[in-house]
Design a protein around this ligand. Structure first.
Ligand code: MLT
Length: 411
């Protein structure tokens, strides 16, 4: 009889955002006339920018014409997009990046989850805590996380980021050296950032100990402060120790279209069990060629259009709109007496729950009293308990309305 990968059975019943959606839907069913403002999952609300729409319309027409039809594309992505990424996201920021180091995909969620395929099961994994749940859950699936003991996986190394340490993770000391470290900056869920100097500490640590940093910069487009790095490759030596994940989801509203990319520099090597160097770029390429047939031609044409001057202007306008919302949340909720973090270089604000209320209790309270839905901090990890996340991705009107409702609830 066949058997299953029992690691999957260790996972909590549902993925965090599915559970949040389930609870909101149950509330809506019980209260059909109530207008719930959804600030839970970080999904965009503005339509796609005209430059991307126009490019995708044209790409659809290409597919209807024998002379311009595209079937299977390159698994790594079309050269027109890889070259545009190398130029605009890297060269223009003073970072040399060859298009062959860029792997286009259907998004950063898949890539951060899939990257573990090419890493040994024996790697010791560290995550900041709270953390985007995909990093942890996919390591549970792979068998790297151990068992869930009192809300924490016993083989995962948690690096707390809370108001006590200013949301700056400390590098582990002594014998606790992780092999693989997930960092996401600007951070999901806390909306906080690391400066160049603070990120350098991690790059130096990884270089010293032979660790690999998996750097998720899906929220890079929201950076507005000069000392916050847009890419880990701004830090010297990062090409030898870091993989970077990017996404068009939040940058250009592609949550429904799907397009992202992963950078695996050629210098990145690991030792196999015989002590021989293995190149990660080759390994990831081999994995992608076998398991992935590339993002669609249409979405890649849409993504490439984001790099045109009009595309750049249009997506900046959208990101600025969300950042305005983030500012309204920050200020409004601070005025309401809550302690609020993040939201300056990120579309998330991270709120300390009032008077020791647990994250899920606050979720229920906010939903029932204010009809505002967010995400409980404890869903992102043990150190998220006592915190709550709201996204700035709703409309300006709904954001203002949510603040008004929360203020009048007087927590
Ligand atoms: C979030 O709400 O954390 C994100 O939308 C999830 C994602 O990007 O997959």
């Amino acid at each position: 009889m066949f058997t299953i990968n029992e690691n999957f059975c260790k996972l909590p019943e549902s993925y965090l955002f599915s559970e949040v959606a389930r609870r909101i839907n149950a509330f809506k069913e019980a209260n059909p006339n109530v207008d719930v403002i959804r600030m839970g999952i970080g999904d965009v609300t503005l339509p796609l920018c005209p430059a991307a729409i126009e490019a995708m319309h044209k790409a659809v027409d290409d597919e209807g014409n024998p002379a311009t039809f595209h079937g299977y594309g390159p698994e790594q992505g079309y050269p027109f997009l890889r070259e545009a990424i190398a130029l605009h996201d890297y060269k223009k920021r003073g970072i040399a990046m060859d298009p062959s180091e860029i792997f286009v995909s259907d998004g950063a969620k898949s890539d951060t989850g899939n990257f573990g395929d090419i890493l040994s099961i024996s790697n010791r994994v560290a995550v900041t805590d709270p953390v985007y749940p995909v990093y942890v859950d996919t390591n549970v699936m792979a068998g790297r996380a151990g068992d869930l003991v009192k809300g924490a996986w016993d083989k995962i190394q948690y690096l707390p980021v809370t108001s006590e340490n200013g949301f700056i993770p400390s590098v582990p000391e002594g014998m606790d050296i992780p092999d693989v470290i997930y960092l996401c900056y600007p951070n999901n869920p806390t909306g906080t950032t690391l400066t160049r100097d603070q990120l350098k500490v991690w790059v130096d640590f990884a270089l010293k100990h032979g660790s690999l940093i998996l750097f998720d910069s899906a929220y890079e487009a929201f950076i507005r402060q000069d000392d916050v790095p847009h890419s880990i490759y701004e830090i010297e030596g990062a090409r030898k120790c870091a993989v970077e994940f990017r996404s068009f989801s939040k940058t250009a509203g592609f949550t429904g279209i799907r397009c992202g990319y992963t950078v695996v520099p050629k210098e990145l090597t690991a030792k196999d069990s015989n002590g021989c160097d293995v190149n990660l770029n080759h390994l990831w390429n081999r994995r992608q060629c076998t398991k992935f047939n590339g993002a669609s031609y249409i979405s890649q044409r849409g993504a490439a259009a984001v790099y045109t001057p009009e595309g750049q202007r249009q997506i900046k306008e959208a990101v600025d709109y969300y950042l305005t919302n983030a500012g309204i949340l920050r200020e409004g909720l601070t005025d309401a007496g809550l302690e609020v973090f993040g939201g300056v270089n990120a579309p998330y604000v991270w709120i300390k729950t009032p008077a020791g209320i647990s994250s899920w209790e606050f979720f229920d309270l906010l939903l029932e009293k204010c009809n505002v839905a967010g995400t409980p901090g404890s869903g992102f990890g043990p150190a998220g308990e006592g915190y709550f996340r709201l996204t700035a991705f709703n409309t300006l009107e709904n954001t203002m309305e949510a603040v008004k409702r929360i203020r009048s609830a007087r927590f």
